[in-house]
Ligand binder design. Structure first.
Ligand SMILES: NC(=O)c1ccc[n+]([C@@H]2O[C@H](COP(=O)([O-])OP(=O)(O)OC[C@H]3O[C@@H](n4cnc5c(N)ncnc54)[C@H](O)[C@@H]3O)[C@@H](O)[C@H]2O)c1
Length: 358
């Protein structure tokens, strides 16, 4: 059985070869950089040469704690230093397109945070800038690199569940929205900031849907203004279906975050440990029951790394691999425009109460 999993484990390997490693500079010194980007880069043996933030005292504090030599006073000063070969942007989405376009215009390679932008039009402008400036640019949709999810994707690719018929996410959490004060008054919250990970992954597994529907709600006395409960359904060719159900005001205290992929020859089921106690988390689980691989019923795949911070090595490693070898990106800016279109369709459905054709 261990041998059976070797090809899957190879696909999930997050090791960045030394020959691919290039210096990084970071724009944004917030919670996700402090808690996930920098720990992942340290684990991968990557060098961060400098950082900036509109809040320079925050940049200085994060730089001191993580041993980053330079605090740039702004993006212009960062771009004037040619040392970094990847510019890692991690600011709220509303601020990201302008910064992205400036960095792309300077011909520098980029890893941008999700959501890449809040509108499809901005996303298209960013993708056009990548093409015009011939840079490598990806979006930090790192759930595509999370070990359990990546293993599930490889199992599907190997045909272990046959033809996929359905994919579901069920997430029921008490999410600490207070961590993101800038998100408190956002009208568009849950799909835009959280479920976008699952919607992006559904696209990665199943491609573009024909029709989507989304219902959303808010819960009495919730901290943020925007929607905190969403149920999204998808219809693909040949009757293939998907469902993403996420609730962030679970007052029952029993957080869970599960996903499942069914096919005509087997099924895969997993949990995303991070969300059971965000951002500390616990180990993920993954099990497969396959007539093709000949598992003896439900068989566990040993997940040995975590979404936070490990999967952040994957997104950065993918950018560095593309720079070094021209290998395709797993979550390119061009591909992510499709995720923004999907998010826009889900909000259109939410607003109209109708299913939306893509
Ligand atoms: N799984 C994930 O990939 C994940 C998880 C959490 C957050 N995020 C995303 O990462 C981004 C940052 O989130 P966070 O949790 O670090 O938020 P945060 O509020 O902790 O930090 C945001 C930082 O950006 C800085 N900033 C704002 N505008 C700026 C500008 N114009 N130039 C330079 N710096 C600027 C702020 O001063 C702040 O330090 C958001 O887009 C969020 O959606 C992604």
């Amino acid at each position: 059985m261990i041998d059976l999993f070797s090809e899957v484990a190879k696909f999930c390997d997050l090791t960045i070869p030394d020959s691919h490693k290039v210096p990084i500079a970071i724009i944004g010194a917030g919670g996700i950089v402090d808690g996930a980007h920098l720990p992942a880069y340290k684990k991968a043996g990557l060098q961060v040469v400098g950082i900036t933030d509109v809040d320079l005292s925050k940049a200085a504090e994060v730089a001191a704690r993580h041993g980053i030599a330079t605090v740039y006073k702004d993006v212009d000063e960062l771009l004037a230093d040619p040392t970094a070969q990847v510019i890692d942007i991690a600011v709220p989405a509303v601020a990201q397109p302008d910064i992205f376009l400036k960095v792309a215009g300077a011909g520098r390679n980029i890893l941008a945070q999700k959501p890449m932008a809040t509108t499809v039009a901005d996303g298209v402008r960013m993708a056009d800038a990548v093409a015009a400036n011939k840079i490598v640019a990806a979006v930090n949709h790192q759930l595509r690199f999370e070990e359990g999810m990546a293993a599930a994707h490889k199992m599907v690719e190997l045909g272990w569940v046959g033809t996929v018929t359905n994919m579901t996410f069920h997430v029921n959490l008490i999410t600490p929205w207070e961590l993101w004060p800038w998100a408190k008054d956002l009208e568009r919250l849950e799909v835009m900031l959280h479920s976008i990970h699952y919607h992006d992954v559904v696209r990665w597994f199943l491609g573009e849907p024909n029709t989507v529907f989304c219902a959303a709600g808010r819960t009495k006395d919730q901290y943020p203004k925007g929607e905190t409960r969403t149920i999204s359904t998808y219809l693909f060719d040949q009757g293939v279906t998907a469902l993403v159900h996420a609730n962030h005001i679970n007052r029952g205290g029993d957080n869970y975050a599960e996903y499942r992929i069914d096919g005509d020859k087997g099924s895969i089921r997993g949990t995303m440990g991070l969300l059971y106690d965000y951002p500390v988390g616990r180990v993920d689980t993954l099990e497969v029951n396959s007539q093709v691989a000949g598992t003896d019923g439900w068989t566990p795949y040993p997940v040995t790394t975590r979404w936070f911070p490990d999967a952040f090595m994957g997104t950065m490693g993918s950018v560095m691999g593309a720079i070094a070898t021209g290998a395709p990106l797993r979550s390119s800016v061009a591909d992510t425009v499709g995720t923004l279109k999907l998010v826009a369709a889900l909000y259109e459905s939410m607003d109209s109460g109708l299913a939306v054709k893509l």
